[in-house]
Design a protein around this ligand. Structure first.
Ligand code: 8YV
Length: 313
């Protein structure tokens, strides 16, 4: 008998086909009354797949009393109730490492774009303004500048490494100094922001980092500093960021993530000093395929050995 699997959120087509070969899959998103469905059938499921953006909260886990394994598509754990999983002995697999390169590339894409005004210049050309004679405004040089990293985990390290090609100086802030990181540790986030030309958020989301980037941190970054966020929208006080951008108290921002996705505050739409992406840092064919592969392998390994390949707990 195939293990009964609840699929929370879509996965790439090839992965869904492969899962269906090995598991008795139920597509949760097709249920019009999810709570009613779980009340009737929740106890059937021993496995759950989910996505970082959806997670699995306390209510969902409580409705799945036979659950033995969760396999999540993504590296972020902020929407997964890990305490409950730990307490109930539920294995949790996720997809670290395989997305580091693409997320770091996106951080640099945003950094270069907002600094050199790439998207704004593209809009200028499309509006037909180039032939009108008014030159496009000068931008800000990237090479040789100071990169302040918030977080020096797997992704933060790859972003810092990318900066070598731009002759940048790197310092970082995190809760504790990271072992083996070859960059100076800055215990005060405000001091890091004062020092940095670019402040890049690459830390985990969740309550511990909520609004870490406050109005005070943005003011420390100052009118010549740029904020880049490829982590979680919750790490930044979004209202304070909108104020700082509209009043040009910081130079600009490049954002892949927001506090209430997919809703981006309309106040940002009219600003030329911000680049807005729809949470696509890991969204390449290659990386999404590697993530999907790991979602499948985590499950396969759990049912073969009792342990997932990449465990989040
Ligand atoms: C996910 C992400 O692909 O990995 C994460 O934590 O934020 C993205 O890479 C996306 O959120 C999937 O739901």
């Amino acid at each position: 008998m195939k293990p009964r699997l609840l699929q929370h959120g879509r996965l790439p087509d090839a992965t869904e086909a492969r899962l269906a070969e090995h598991y008795d899959v139920h597509p949760f998103w097709t249920e019009a009354d999810p709570a009613g469905f779980l009340a009737r059938r929740g106890s059937e499921f021993v496995a759950l797949t989910t996505r970082a953006a959806l997670g699995a909260d306390a209510a969902l886990l409580a409705a799945l009393p036979s659950l033995r394994v969760i396999s999540s598509f993504g590296v972020g754990l902020d929407k997964l109730d890990l305490d409950t999983a730990r307490r109930r002995g539920i294995a949790v697999g996720y997809t670290p490492d395989v997305l580091n390169d693409c997320v770091a590339d996106t951080a640099f894409a945003l950094l270069l774009d907002v600094s050199r005004k790439v998207s704004a210049a593209d809009r200028f050309v499309r509006r037909g303004e180039w032939p009108k004679g008014q030159p496009f405004p000068l931008a800000t040089r990237v090479s040789g500048k100071r990169l302040g990293m918030i977080g020096m985990g797997r992704i933060g390290r790859v972003i810092a490494h990318r900066s070598v090609g731009f002759d940048m100086e790197v310092r970082y802030h995190s809760r504790n100094p990271a072992e083996d990181a070859p960059y100076p540790y800055e215990p005060s986030l405000e001091a890091l922001a004062r020092w940095a030309d670019y402040l890049v958020v690459a830390t985990a989301g969740g309550p511990a980092t909520r609004h870490l980037v406050s109005a005070a941190v943005l003011d420390a970054l100052g009118p010549r500093g740029f904020l880049i966020n490829i982590a979680r929208g919750t790490v930044v006080d979004e209202a304070a960021l909108i104020d700082a951008l509209s009043q040009q108290r910081i130079a600009g921002a490049g954002l892949d993530v927001f506090e209430d996705e997919p809703n981006v505050p309309e106040a940002l739409f009219g600003l030329d000093n911000v680049v807005l992406l729809p949470h696509i840092a890991s969204a390449t064919h290659e990386t999404r395929q590697a993530m999907a592969e790991l979602v499948f392998e985590n499950l396969q390994q759990f049912f073969a050995t009792g342990a997932v390949k990449k465990s989040a707990i």
